[in-house]
Structures are given as C-alpha cells and as structure tokens.
Ligand binder design. Sequence first.
Ligand SMILES: Cc1cc2nc3c(=O)[nH]c(=O)nc-3n(C[C@H](O)[C@H](O)[C@H](O)COP(=O)(O)OP(=O)(O)OC[C@H]3O[C@@H](n4cnc5c(N)ncnc54)[C@H](O)[C@@H]3O)c2cc1C
Ligand code: SF4
Length: 352
Amino acid sequence: MAEKPILIIGGGPAGLEAARSIADLGYQAVLVEKRERLGGTPDEAHYAKLTPDLRDAPKAMQEMIDPVTNNPNVKIHFGSTVTSASGSAGNFDVTIKNSKGSTTENVGAVIVATGFQHFDPGRETQQYGYYEHDDVLTLVDLEKMLTEHKVVRPSNGQPPKSLCFIQCVGSRDRQIGNEYCSKVCCGIASKGAIEVRQLLPDCKVYIFYIDMRMYGYWENEIYWPAQEKYKVNYVKGIVTEVVKKGDGLMIKGEDTTLGRPMEIPMDIVVLSVGMEPSAGTREMAKVFGLQLNKYNFIETTGGPLDTVTTTVEGVYACGASTGPADLEDSVSSAGLAAMKAISLVRKAAQAA
Ligand SMILES: Cc1cc2nc3c(=O)[nH]c(=O)nc-3n(C[C@H](O)[C@H](O)[C@H](O)COP(=O)(O)OP(=O)(O)OC[C@H]3O[C@@H](n4cnc5c(N)ncnc54)[C@H](O)[C@@H]3O)c2cc1C
Ligand code: SF4
C-alpha cells in the first residue's frame, strides 16, 4: 500500500523545511498555513537581515518557499487551519477549514510547526511605556524600519542621535511567569545595533543587558564586531523605567558594574521582546490533545536527544512551537520531524 501523506501545520521556516524534506524524498506533504503567504514570522514581521550572517531576510525566506510552491509532492492550503482531528498514528482524518468552507484529508502523520509570537510589551511591563511614548519601539518595529532603510523617531520623523536596546523584555522574568531565556534577542539586538550604526554613523547606540547570551559562533560573528568595529556601547545594567523628558525620553535604572544609579537621555528605546507560544500553537495542542509545558509551548518527550516527539503518537512538533528557537534550531528540528514522520508512514504502509 502507498504511504499516506504527512500533514504539516504552519508555513514558517520550520514547516517549509519539513515540507521540502518530505517532498525531496518522494513522499507527499499537505501544508496548512493560516496566512495567505508562506515564510512565517520572518515574513510577517518584516525581518530585514538575518542573524548572524546579515543575509537579506526576504531573499533567504524566498529560497525556502520556492522549492515548496508548485511542487507536485506538496499540496498547500492557504488561509486555512485544522479544526478537528480523529484517528491514530498512521491514519488521521483532519478537517481543514478556510473562509469558504472545509475539507477533510486522510494523513499518516502530523507535524506541528505553528511557531511563536512576540511578547506584548504592554503586558505587565508598563514601566517601559510602549503604548505611551511614540519613540519606544520593539525589535520588530525596528526590523520594519531597517527593511525600509529609514530609522527615525516616530514622534518627529528625525533620525535619532541616541538609541538603546533594553534586553530580556518578557523573558527571564519570574514575575510574569516567563522564566526562560528567549535565546535569540541578544544576537538580534546586536545585529540591529550594527545596522543602525551602519545607517546612522553619528547615532550613539547602547545595549542594556543583564547577561549577554551569545552562543556558539554568534560571539565572533556579531558581538565582538558590534563592540570593536561599530562601537556599540554594552552596559551591564537594569533599566527600571522609561519616562518622557522634554521632547525626548529618559531611561532610569542601575549600572550594575559600577553599582550606581543611571539616568540617560535617549531619542529611541528599543525593547528586545522575547518569544511566547503563538495562539496557533496552543490551538493545535488542543485539536490533537498534545500536552503543553509550563510555558504553553508543546511538550516534547525525548529530552535533548529527540526534540520533536510529542505526547501523542504520530504527531511531531518542531521549530518555535516547542520553545524559544533560532532559525538554525527550527530548521534542524524540522528535518528531524520530517524523518520521524516519514519513518512512521513507511512502516504503516508496510504493515497494511
Ligand atoms: C524580533 C525577532 C527577530 C528574529 N530574527 C532572527 C534572526 O535574524 N535569525 C534567527 O536565526 N532567528 C531569528 N528569530 C527567531 C526566528 O524568527 C524563529 O526561529 C523562526 O521564525 C521560527 O520558525 P517557525 O517556523 O518555528 O515559526 P514561525 O516563523 O512563527 O512560523 C509559524 C507559522 O505557522 C503559522 N501558523 C500559526 N498557527 C497556525 C495555525 N493554527 N494553522 C495554520 N498555520 C498556523 C503562522 O502563520 C506562521 O506562518 C527572531 C525572533 C525574534 C523574536
Ligand atoms: S537572549 Fe539575551 S535578551 Fe533574550 S532573553 Fe536571553 S539573555 Fe535576555
């Protein structure tokens, strides 16, 4: 008997890599994406350049999208999501719904790749005034400006003379329940700082951090160039408040290296918001009866040696649906999920 198709939910970097791998190996993939476009959060949030290699993000995403679109082994449902599922490993019936109606697909395995959403800085961190001050941005707002090669103060349209990043907004915070490190924001802020310095050489750029977490090669690829070549000022300190001062902003807090209070005027403040599970991740966990971890990301059961097997046999999860992940993590886990799903549908076909 022929192998059944594999359902992939989410057309971001992880879902695209899973679909491409399945199709390349000659198996059938059904890809369900709730937006009308593929490319996931990097596309939706207008990332400018990728960390760590400063590659053009839209181009890099297009290179992931092309092998999947018009591929005879991949059927894509745009503007759709999965609303119900029945059956078991090797034989699931899923209902896929879009604005025009619904359809059913019979699949052998499922890969959930529904990703993350950015932390909302209005939630319990009002002291940074994201919704009060025009010149307080998030990393995502800055990415959009960088895409347009135009970094200006939203309040007056002028280029900033000073800009700072505040790290760990919505991450490593026991009070709001996100105790985890979001993994990518130290690198992304440093990359953003380099881009701002390239675009506006007269703008002073600061990064206020608790710990600088640059893992692996990012240390040499971004952190040291940011300091040495682009003269970004890294300040180990805690910013407790952002207030309005004249027509600019003032950040208040403590420089923890010097052990003294600090107050620095700033034209733009960028909040390095972390990662939380997307609404789609939580919804798909409900549809398939998957267990979530304490942070509402999908629980995987294999520890570090198997990052994609969930609590439901035949359903795998990859990318940022299982926790904070960069592109490298997302694409690697997607490849593993594709292998596990293929192995399952092959065995099911042989047993039939
Ligand atoms: C500000 C910021 C900048 C970043 N920049 C970089 C960088 O430069 N380099 C790097 O390595 N990493 C970066 N990252 C991390 C990177 O964005 C993630 O690693 C990556 O997007 C995860 O891919 P994913 O496919 O798992 O999830 P996503 O990119 O979130 O994609 C999930 C997809 O699933 C879809 N979906 C969600 N729910 C449903 C549903 N119910 N039904 C159907 N479809 C659904 C979504 O529409 C989306 O297309 C950044 C993160 C942040 C916070
Ligand atoms: S990567 Fe950096 S900014 Fe992001 S949560 Fe971890 S320590 Fe904080």
